[in-house]
Design a protein around this ligand. Sequence first.
Ligand code: F6P
Length: 360
Amino acid sequence: MSAITRIGVLTGGGDAPGLNAVIRAVVKAAWNSGIETVGIEDSFDGLLESDRSRLLTPRDVTGILRLGGTVLGTLNTGNPLSSDVITSDGPRLYADRVIEMFHKLGLGALVAIGGDGTLDIAHKFCLLGMPIVGVPKTIDNDIVGTTNCFGFDTAVAFATDAIDRLHTTAEAHKRILVVEVMGRYAGWIALYAGVAGGADAILIPEIPFDIGMVAKRLRERDKWGAKFSIVVVAEGAYPKGGTLSLIEAAHGLASERLGGIGAQVCDALAGETGKETRHVVLGHLQRGGAPTSFDRILATRFGGKAVELVRRGEFGTMAAFAPPDIIARRLEEVVGKTKTVPMDFDLLATARALGVTFGD
Ligand code: F6P
């Protein structure tokens, strides 16, 4: 096998703080081992035309460690592999065009940074013969095989800060404040930010809730003198016997958009308790801004590991965090699965022991 002299790097899926830190680490680690890096714009779409990528030198990535977003752009669409695309060379099958351009750009390997969707696409391209190494990203922290994804710690820190601020106004007005956080099918952000922020109720997708049980807990607080309460709701939480609250159903290549459960819980608690309630949706604020130092380090370690895996020719793998180590996982062990909060997780038990209700 001839040594790889040029690799591509792309970012796919929703952005997460730390993407730029991975790009920087990949470019610098590759450069220092004699490998050029080409930055591909807008996920795999950047491989449809030769003018949607650019050479990245260490000079180009200086100063991006602390920046949110991604200097390469990203796309949050479903799996486009079997779609038809119109290119400057005529109509093509998406997958064929991407592979054709990968070779035209002289790439020996690709580092694909993304969530479950992007890693699934990467895995499918691997099966078609493209040498790819994945890097897991999502603020939801729901990718299997890695204890943490970068972006999660930053999202939790932001949500915790928001809960801290809501505490003071909730207490001043003796209100119930409901905070809706991200977390499509897993309640990691709600659980961690809820516990870190001292929430009284935490509603997560893994535990369908009974609003009556939540109200009961909040009334108990009133009895012993805490006249305010904080309720943290993951966007993917839903009532027992109910369904996910959607802003928009999935259509074409677009995934379903979740939202609205915070407002519903707020209204229901007002009815059940007779107290004044307000709700806040933290939304994309959780994805923006500078990554925490934890996320910068994790992202940097992932980037370094990805280049090491490329150099070793270990394709079809993903860098993963298995504390204290960064290891390689096979993509087929990871894709198509969701890492949800396990019911025997000690943090659930501890939160319950402290009086937090999960509405069950
Ligand atoms: O998967 C990460 C995430 O932020 C989810 O928590 C959220 O449901 C989704 O992305 C939002 O996606 P979009 O930015 O495309 O609306």
